[in-house]
Ligand binder design. Structure first.
Ligand code: 5GP
Length: 190
C-alpha cells in the first residue's frame, strides 16, 4: 500500500531494539483518513473469505480492526488485557508475551462472543514475533472457531512472526512489510 509506505518513510522513527515509532498516525495520534483506507484495503483482500468477525487485542489494534470491520460490515471483538467489572461470565483466556514491554500478560474474551460458527479475521497494527496473533489463535481454537487469516498494517519481516504464522498455514496479509531498518533508512519488501 503505497500511501502507507510513504507515510512510514515521512513520519516513522526508528528506536533502539528494532522498534518503529509511528505514533503520529497509528499508535497514539491516528490519521483517520489513512486508517479508513487501511480498513478498505484489508476488506478488499479478505472480502471473499467468508469472515464473520474481526478479532484484535486492545488497545492499538482496535482502530485498525474497526476500520476493517466497517468496510466488511462485520463486528469487531477485541480481547481484553485487564479483568474489570465489565468482563463477566465464562471466559476464554491465554497468556501472551509482549514484544514492546518484555512481559507476559493474560488476554480474555467472554465466551458468548466467540462461537464454533465463527470464521475470524485477526487484525493488528504490527506483526513482530507473532505472540499476539498466536494468543488470538489460541482463543479461536478454544472456541472451536476457525481462523480465516490475519491482516497487519506493518510487518517487520526481519522478525519471526510472519514465518511462524505462515508455516502453520494461516493466510497473512501485511500492507507494508519492512525487510530492514537501520540508521540508513527503511527498506520495504516489494
Ligand atoms: P508480536 O506479538 O508480533 O511480537 O508483537 C505485536 C505487538 O507488539 C503489536 O501489536 C504492537 O503493539 C507491538 N509492536 C511490535 N513491534 C512494534 C514496533 O516496531 N513498533 C510499535 N509501535 N509497536 C510494535
Amino acid at each position: 500500500m503505497l500511501q502507507l509506505k510513504e507515510k512510514i518513510l515521512e513520519e516513522g522513527k526508528i528506536l533502539s531494539g528494532q522498534v518503529l515509532k509511528v505514533s503520529s498516525f497509528l499508535n497514539h495520534q491516528i490519521d483517520s483518513d489513512l486508517m479508513m483506507e487501511i480498513g478498505r484495503e484489508i476488506a478488499k483482500r479478505f472480502q471473499d473469505a467468508g469472515i464473520t468477525k474481526i478479532m484484535t487485542i486492545e488497545s492499538s489494534g482496535i482502530a485498525v480492526a474497526l476500520a476493517a470491520g466497517a468496510a466488511l460490515h462485520k463486528p469487531v471483538l477485541f480481547a481484553k488485557k485487564h479483568l474489570s467489572s465489565n468482563v463477566s461470565g465464562i471466559l476464554y483466556q491465554t497468556l501472551v508475551h509482549s514484544f514492546t514491554h518484555g512481559t507476559d500478560y493474560t488476554i480474555v474474551v467472554e465466551r458468548e462472543y466467540l462461537s464454533a460458527d465463527d470464521r475470524i479475521l485477526i487484525v493488528d497494527d504490527f506483526l513482530a514475533n507473532g505472540k499476539a496473533p498466536e494468543g488470538l489463535l489460541d482463543l479461536i481454537a478454544q472456541a472451536g472457531a476457525e481462523a480465516a487469516g490475519a491482516a497487519f498494517v506493518i510487518e517487520k519481516g526481519f522478525q519471526e512472526g510472519g514465518s511462524r504464522l505462515r508455516t502453520r498455514g494461516l493466510r497473512v496479509e501485511s500492507l507494508a512489510v519492512i525487510d530492514k531498518m537501520d540508521q540508513d533508512g527503511i527498506l520495504f519488501r516489494d
